[in-house]
Design a protein around this ligand. Structure first.
Ligand SMILES: N[C@@H](CCC(=O)N[C@@H](CS)C(=O)NCC(=O)O)C(=O)O
Length: 217
């Protein structure tokens, strides 16, 4: 059976890489596994059929034979563990790459998500303008620490790994804010991720799905 993932039927960014199925597509492209995409509407995501795959009614999900997974961290880790190309063979290096996956999701992504919430959901609240600098400071703090650790290296820990895939995916969400521009080594790191042929294939496939779809309305 071909691997099947779910993705937005109508993506808020029009398929420009911000929806989280991008990371799963990217991981599958890196390890050379074909997959099919099942688009789901916002309404269908909250219906029993989809909730049976994803308890929180979100995308992406991952199905392979009898296995159903949700949460991009778990999905990418499963792919990286099952197929070669995303985790080093050495046990310690493998554990460090997994640490970077968790760091991306648990330490770097939360303040970035806060910024999205502050702008898109709480932007009209009377306290929004006061809160925004605090949110941006928390992101800057993490970016400074990350840039310090990356230094002039190409990737976070030796060769490109699932840790880099997840970190680049998370940092990409900052693009519209332009905060990354103040961290040239991190901007270059993200650009290196985006230049990987597997990322480009994943991005193009996601975008193509929306170019052929009628515009949201
Ligand atoms: N922690 C989850 C987050 C999943 C998530 O937030 N998915 C978004 C799309 S990128 C979604 O489905 N949003 C619609 C909703 O929550 O109703 C993961 O990494 O898989």
């Amino acid at each position: 059976m071909t691997i099947r993932i779910t993705a937005f039927e109508r993506s808020p960014d029009g398929g420009r890489g911000l929806a989280r199925d991008t990371r799963v597509r990217w991981a599958l492209e890196e390890v050379g596994q074909p997959y099919e995409v099942h688009p789901v509407s916002f309404a269908a995501m909250k219906q029993p059929a989809h909730l049976a795959l994803h308890p929180f009614g979100q995308i992406p999900t991952y199905e392979d034979g009898g296995l159903v997974l949700f949460e991009t961290g778990a999905i990418v880790l499963y792919i990286a563990d099952r197929y070669s190309g995303l985790l080093p063979g050495d046990a310690n290096a493998r554990a460090r790459a997994i640490s970077w996956m968790f760091a991306a999701l648990n330490t770097v992504e939360p303040p970035i998500l806060e910024l999205t919430i502050a702008k898109l959901i709480e932007g009209d609240k009377p306290w929004a303008a006061e809160r925004m600098p605090l949110v941006a400071d928390r992101i800057r703090n993490r970016l400074g620490q990350l840039a310090h650790r990356l230094g002039d290296a190409e990737w976070l820990d030796g060769a490109f790994s699932a840790g880099d895939l997840m970190m680049v995916s998370v940092l990409l969400r900052l693009r519209a804010s332009r905060i990354l521009d103040d961290y040239p080594t991190l901007s270059a790191y993200v650009a290196r991720g985006e230049a990987r042929p597997a990322y480009m294939r994943a991005f193009a496939a996601q975008l193509a799905a929306f170019s052929s779809a009628p515009p949201p309305g």
